[in-house]
Ligand binder design. Structure first.
Ligand SMILES: NC(=O)c1ccc[n+]([C@@H]2O[C@H](COP(=O)([O-])OP(=O)(O)OC[C@H]3O[C@@H](n4cnc5c(N)ncnc54)[C@H](O)[C@@H]3O)[C@@H](O)[C@H]2O)c1
Ligand SMILES: [Zn+2]
Length: 380
């Protein structure tokens, strides 16, 4: 079709309005047991398919199903083995088959109950099942509450890399019940704090200072009170996502620390969990930014000090540097061979602009040099 002909066709075209989809994030202890109210208001359905990993299902599955049934509709629980290694097309296939088997139809709604693995995976099931069911996110890990359940990104990992198959699919609402953090293992609480530090580092210097002043040990022991921390972090992410829902530009800053983090997760076969990998990735990428003259000197040290105080790792794991660098090359942000990084300009401010872009292309040798300099002695 010649250019002129296409223009003529476009002149006769019909414009389909596609409004940005807004949704509420409700935050209050005890909300899980009052789920029926939220369902009635935001996602009325004939039937609810609650999807949870087996560990979360054992703790909150029955409570959630009972709460959903209080809406007067049917509710069934679908489970899968916990862990990042379940965030695959195979698990997506098993879940959708089980739902088909159970006769879940187009009049149903998915309830994603769990950590980030579940909110990503169940969100993707909802996005694709019978061409899309509504989804209500009920995040149960700190990481999922402040990050994974907010923003509408859903998907699964592939052998070639993390989150490579997925869909933008905003939920009907997000129901955050900080009361469930009481059963979250301390290591997972720390993992969530890594993303809280990320939000502060890319967009809110005041929040970063508040985290530096947080009595982390006390908070980690008793995280159930809905602290400012959860709401403030959600607020930072929501504002970034609202401005750029489909990641055409500024939303990329949420990937600060993640180019290295995703590579570390992969080369350790997900032995290093997402939040811990993000902690390491932020320090590596802050040092990289300093070396490139993009990030204010001293930023990496300040980040590392906070992360260490929160009990998070800041040095790369004992795997070959070249393996980590090779794994960055298949990251989603890689374009045409060059690997792209979202970097800081300083604590509280991401580097970039709408004109210049929000990621920078970094040669593999630069990343390798930083990683080698941070290397645990004795490992090549
Ligand atoms: N979509 C996004 O925008 C986005 C953002 C950040 C992270 N993520 C994804 O999130 C995932 C990591 O999430 P995660 O760290 O929550 O992992 P996860 O879902 O595996 O949860 C961590 C562990 O905590 C357990 N758990 C969860 N809630 C619990 C509770 N209340 N009590 C007891 N145990 C509980 C789970 O069973 C699991 O073993 C990664 O796959 C990452 O890519 C996505
Ligand atoms: Zn993350």
């Amino acid at each position: 079709v010649s250019r002129g002909r296409l223009d003529a066709v476009i002149r006769r075209s019909i414009t389909v309005p596609a409004a940005v989809h807004h949704y509420d994030v409700l935050i209050e202890p005890g909300l899980i047991d009052r789920l029926a109210d939220a369902l009635a208001r935001y996602a009325p359905a004939a039937r609810y398919a609650v999807i949870a990993d087996a560990a979360v299902a054992a703790l909150y599955g029955d409570r959630t199903v009972v709460a959903a049934r209080a809406s007067g509709s049917a509710a069934d629980l679908f489970t899968f083995p916990p862990g990042e290694r379940s965030k695959t097309r195979a698990t997506w296939g098993a879940l959708t088959d089980a739902m088909l088997e159970a006769g879940i139809g187009r009049d149903a709604c998915v309830i994603a109950l769990g950590g980030g693995v579940t909110t990503d995976l169940a969100g993707f099931v909802a996005a694709t099942y019978m061409r899309g069911l509504p989804c209500v996110q009920v995040p149960t890990s700190l990481l999922a509450m402040i990050d994974a359940s907010i923003g509408g990104k859903t998907g699964v990992d592939a052998p070639a890399g993390k989150n490579l198959v997925g869909a933008f699919a905003p939920p009907r609402c997000v129901v955050v019940d900080p009361g469930v953090l009481g059963t979250l293992p301390a290591v997972e609480r720390r993992a969530g704090l890594a993303e809280a530090v990320k939000h502060a580092a890319i967009g809110d210097a005041g929040h970063f200072e508040a985290l530096e002043g947080l009595d982390a040990d006390a908070w980690l022991l008793d995280p159930e009170t809905p602290t400012d921390l959860v709401a403030r972090s959600i607020g930072i992410k929501a504002a970034i996502v609202e401005a750029d829902p489909n990641e055409r530009g500024r939303r990329a800053i949420l990937n600060f620390g993640h180019t290295i983090a995703h590579a570390i997760e992969r080369v350790t076969a997900y032995e290093v969990g997402h939040g811990h990998a993000v902690a390491i990735g932020m320090v590596v990428e802050a040092r990289l930014g300093e070396a490139l003259g993009i990030t204010r000197p001293g930023t990496a040290a300040r980040l590392a000090a906070l992360l260490e105080r929160l009990g998070l790792p800041t040095a790369p794991p004992a795997v070959p540097v070249r393996a980590i660098v090779a794994a960055t090359a298949t990251d989603k942000k890689a374009r045409g061979g060059a690997v792209r990084y979202a970097l800081l300009s300083a604590i509280g401010a991401a580097a970039g602009s709408d004109d210049a872009g929000w990621t920078v292309s970094v040669p593999p040798e630069s990343a390798a040099a930083i990683l080698s300099a941070m290397r645990t002695p004795g490992v090549m």
